[in-house]
Design a protein around this ligand. Structure first.
Ligand code: NIG
Ligand code: FE
Length: 409
């Protein structure tokens, strides 16, 4: 006997190569020990549902998608940057604020000051907003500590959030996010610290699932990034990169040389960079919230990603400076309206391609036999509604590892 079966459901399986959304109308989903054991038309079930599973759930015609995955967030941090938002409204740019000692560095000060309890509480509130919209997996980066103690504090909070909420957390070490004030004018010395002390220390505490860096004029050079990547690979950790957000630093090519999981942002990537991502099988993680909030005008080259078959994922980039967003569904809408992605591409971007960006595609990101039973029931008539509506939350229920963890009131 299976543990459970869901019947009377329309399934957006998001399985590649099986038609739009991998849709199965009047489908059924069988679960056993937290995994999917059957996915297909109800008509093809070998016996009546009651004979197949201990509990039978009626989805009442709801659509079911895989649990949503947010593959790029900085959701753990102290303070906020509403004041900087006001400065930008008066004409200052993101880069000018960063160069004047504001920006990321001001969040670093607030994060160093916050204790683990406060960071957990503020992070929990934001993460809960994502979870309420059907997010079952989230990536969380460090990068507002920029010293060993605070980076580890952030990563411990990220791990704790996984125990507090029904959400799978993947942590990313982002020590090379910005230059801390105490290393002003000494970026190479700071990279020494990242490589020799910070990253190994975080990894020793098993706090790191992947390693990221900010390769940018206001971040680190490609050569500095490469040093961090070498240490990551020596520790057997996969790499990702904030690449080509504000200018073309050929970060995508660098990331590809290291077989990285994903290059993120990418507004300024060249066709050579796109081809390099294609060859390496890396994912392009697009961040429409940051594009919108920084009023960027240069679009990421969606057509080039399509033409070269680079999988596109979407994420909130939830952070206090460039994307104070806690709605992944809003990102689907923005990806369609701002980037002209299709609703199906947008949904693939927060399911199977997001899973690939986190190295989890074998077990997550689509409704397929043997994958983890993370899925969401939606009160919609067609999957495109998830990208169409602004500010709606049609989430009816969330199932994680086969357990019902949320039901709409
Ligand atoms: O993804 N680009 C660098 N990192 C973040 C912004 C962080 C911040 O401004 O606090 C981003 O946009
Ligand atoms: Fe980011």
């Amino acid at each position: 006997m299976w543990d459970a079966i869901w019947i009377n459901a329309n399934l957006a399986t998001m399985t590649p190569g099986s038609g739009p959304y991998g849709a199965i109308t009047d489908g059924a989903l069988g679960l056993q020990r937290g995994r999917i054991t059957y996915v297909g038309p109800a008509a093809d079930l070998p016996s009546p549902p009651e004979q197949l599973a201990t509990s039978v759930h009626n989805a009442d015609g709801a659509w079911i998608t895989p649990g949503l995955i947010d593959p790029h967030t900085h959701i753990v941090y102290g303070g906020n940057r509403a004041g900087e938002f006001e400065m930008r409204l008066e004409g200052a740019t993101y880069e000018e604020i960063a160069r004047a000692g504001g920006g990321i560095v001001s969040t670093v000060a607030a994060t160093r000051d916050a204790d683990e309890f406060d960071l957990t509480e503020s992070g929990r509130v934001r993460l809960e907003r994502l979870a309420a919209e059907g997010v079952t997996t989230v990536e969380i980066k460090s990068g507002y500590g920029l010293d060993t103690e605070t980076e580890n504090k952030m990563l411990r909070v990220a791990r704790r959030l996984e125990r507090l909420l029904p959400i799978t957390v993947r942590t990313t070490f982002l020590g090379a996010h910005a230059l801390p004030p105490e290393y002003q004018g000494k970026p190479d010395e700071y990279i020494d610290l990242v490589c020799e002390e910070m990253l190994p220390a975080a990894n020793n505490e098993t706090l790191v699932d992947a390693v990221d860096a900010f390769c940018e004029t206001i971040g680190f050079t490609a050569a500095q990034t490469e040093r961090v990547f070498k240490v990551a690979r020596a520790l057997d950790l996969p790499v990702k990169l904030h690449a080509e957000q504000l200018s073309d630093q050929q970060g995508a090519q660098l990331l590809a040389r290291f077989g990285g999981l994903s290059a993120d942002h990418l507004e300024y990537v060249s066709e050579d960079g796109v081809k390099a991502l294609a060859r390496a099988g890396s994912v392009a993680v697009l961040l429409p919230g940051a594009f919108y909030f920084l009023r960027e005008t240069r679009l990421p080259p969606i057509d080039l990603f399509r033409r070269h078959n680079v999988p596109m994922a979407l994420a909130t980039d939830s952070n206090p400076g460039s994307s104070p967003a806690t709605s992944l569904l809003l990102m689907l809408n923005m990806a369609c309206t701002l980037f002209r992605m299709t609703p199906e591409e947008a949904l693939a971007g927060v399911t199977r391609n997001a899973a690939r960006a986190l190295g989890m595609v074998e077990s997550h990101g689509s409704l397929e036999q043997d994958k983890t039973a993370d899925f969401v029931l939606w009160d919609i008539d067609r999957p495109a509604e998830l990208a169409y509506a602004i500010g709606a939350n049609p989430c009816l229920a969330v199932i994680r590892s086969g357990e019902i963890v949320r039901r709409a009131a």
